[in-house]
Design a protein around this ligand. Structure first.
Ligand code: HEC
Length: 254
């Protein structure tokens, strides 16, 4: 019995040390996509796309998402074609060996703001704005962390020396981030008339980036539920079959 207890404690020990979270715990949001039945909210995704396009895309790329993937947000083919054509894509080389520019097409991936990492660093005081395609998977705390970060720009404590080019953020590890506050409220005018408060924009762009990180989430959850239902039905059937098959044997023993 004692040995069993020791083994149990030893097994739980690493769990306890891994679950130590960041120093400041961020906000916890009740996302529509949480839980086994969770789904993305299409209007929020569309508003999030607008925030990404009008605010974040001037510094951050989203290179793993193609314009045609926007059909998940409820857009049809011609809307996606029109959206993609707003962007200029460098293509080529052509028959003369030259690169050339053309309007975006649905099959293109989201156009990056900078041609390469060095250009991105040079334009941001040496700090690299990471690609946002997988950001909700790449940071502990996921969507909650991203939301908290976006609303976490506060006045720094009096005794803290904030160097030029750094900004105080309550939820960033170390509290000093090289990204200037991106959202202030009313940075976009939502097509559906929703009021563009900081919290609203932060939650919409977070929902959009959670989708970008896992566009297949709804299918994955549906498949999981179908598989569990199937296994439950099979378990009941197997139990009934077993009762039936052994019924005679048991009677004989008596
Ligand atoms: C003016 C350029 C600029 C804009 C606009 C901008 N960012 Fe950033 N962002 C940066 C830079 C630079 C960094 C790197 C910060 C660092 O390393 O300290 C960064 C870092 C981040 C990070 C990573 C934080 C971490 O934990 O490492 C996230 C997430 C992020 N930005 C999201 C966004 C979102 C969402 C938007 C739009 C609402 C946005 N950014 C708009 C420049 C920008």
């Amino acid at each position: 019995m004692h040995k069993l207890l020791v083994i149990l404690v030893l097994c739980l020990f690493p769990l306890a040390s891994f679950s130590a979270g960041p120093a400041v715990k961020g906000e916890t949001v009740d996302w529509s996509f949480n839980g086994p039945f969770g789904k993305f909210n299409k209007s929020s995704l569309q508003r999030g796309l607008q925030v990404y396009t009008e605010v974040c895309s001037s510094c951050h790329s989203l290179k793993y998402i193609a314009y045609r993937n926007l059909s998940d947000l409820g857009y049809n083919k011609s809307e996606i074609k029109a959206f993609a054509s707003n962007f200029t894509v460098t293509d080529g080389p052509n028959d003369d060996g030259e690169m050339f520019e053309r309007p975006g097409m649905p099959a293109d991936h989201f156009v990056s703001p900078y041609p390469n990492m060095n250009a991105a660093r040079a334009a941001n005081g040496g700090a690299y704005p990471p690609d946002l395609s997988l950001i909700t998977k790449a940071r502990g705390g996921g969507a909650d962390y991203l939301y908290s970060l976006l609303i976490g720009y506060k006045k720094p404590p009096e005794n803290l020396d904030v160097r030029e080019g750094l900004y105080y953020n309550k939820y960033y590890s170390g509290n000093l981030i090289a990204m200037p506050q991106p959202l202030y409220g009313d940075d976009v005018t939502y097509a559906d008339g929703t009021k563009a408060s900081i919290e609203q924009m932060a939650s919409d762009v977070t929902e959009f980036l959670a989708w970008a990180a896992e566009p297949e989430m709804e299918v994955r959850k549906r498949t999981g539920i179908a598989a569990i239902t199937f296994l439950l039905i099979m378990a009941v059937l197997s139990y009934l079959a077993k009762q039936q098959i052994w019924a005679n044997v048991k009677k004989k023993q008596i």
